[in-house]
Design a protein. Structure first.
Length: 253
């Protein structure tokens, strides 16, 4: 068994590592960006997949990854963990259906509420205490899921028609265009930017570069919020106009 994750602020990475630690501490979780990943997928039949839901949908970067390597998923047994800040509906189900198109065998799904990664929207922010409670609740839910998994009864959250309808009518229909293409909405305040290169190194899409020692964004943002949440000068925004809170997982542990 291996784990695969795509993670912006660390939520999905944290959840899959906790799951594997409890289920099989010899199993390793690989980032989707790891150069070794394709070789590992080829070697393993059982996969735990963890990713953050965006508008009840799959991040564009992840959807492209699945499609670009579609032949690799045939006959893989996959359990999906979907992390979310608010509502996902069928977060695990939508990734499961995508994998199933390529021949994967879906054995279950799990939804885990985590601190929201959208650092520039005040309405989505919780208190530090509430976010720490979310982590405790997430660990408890992962533990219960592992117990069911070990008893050959993996959770089926997000799997099935009712979950599908909840995701479709909850957010996906209204925000389909937000994840259908990569975004050109990333904004960098040139007066705040110090050219430290941190955002350039973190961006999974290589969408940011330095020009004349100032960070400049392209039009291939996948909404992961790594740059927004890690910029030392809070010079980057995406949906909002200013950074309200930088929301990396480490501050809630």
């Amino acid at each position: 068994m291996i784990g695969i994750y795509f993670s912006g602020t660390g939520n999905s990475k944290y959840c899959i590592e906790k799951f594997l630690q409890l289920y099989d501490n010899t199993a390793i979780a690989f980032s989707m960006e790891d150069n070794e990943l394709l070789n590992q997928i080829d070697k393993h039949k059982d996969i735990i997949f963890s990713y953050p839901v965006q508008y009840s949908n799959i991040p564009k970067i992840l959807k492209d990854f699945l499609s670009n390597h579609k032949a690799m998923w045939k006959d893989k047994r996959v359990f999906v963990i979907a992390t979310m800040g608010l509502f996902s509906g069928d977060g695990s189900g939508i990734l499961a259906r995508e994998l199933k198109k390529y021949g994967a065998i879906i054995i279950g799904g799990l939804h885990i509420k985590m601190p929201d990664s959208i650092g520039d929207e005040k309405v989505l922010k919780r208190s530090l205490e509430d976010n720490k409670k979310l982590i405790v609740e997430a660990e408890w839910k992962i533990k219960k899921a592992v117990e069911k998994f070990k008893n050959d009864n993996p959770p089926q959250e997000g799997i099935g028609i009712l979950y599908h309808l909840a995701g479709l009518f909850g957010q996906r229909l209204y925000f389909m265009n937000e994840t259908k293409q990569y975004s050109n909405k990333l904004k960098i305040n040139t007066e705040k930017c110090i050219g430290c290169n941190k955002c350039v190194d973190l961006c999974p899409m290589k969408n940011i570069e330095l020009k004349n020692k100032i960070a400049v964004s392209g039009n291939q943002c996948t909404l992961c919020y790594r740059c927004v949440n890690n910029c030392p000068r809070q010079a980057i925004t995406l949906l909002g106009k200013r950074v309200i809170e930088q929301s990396n997982i480490d501050k809630y542990l």
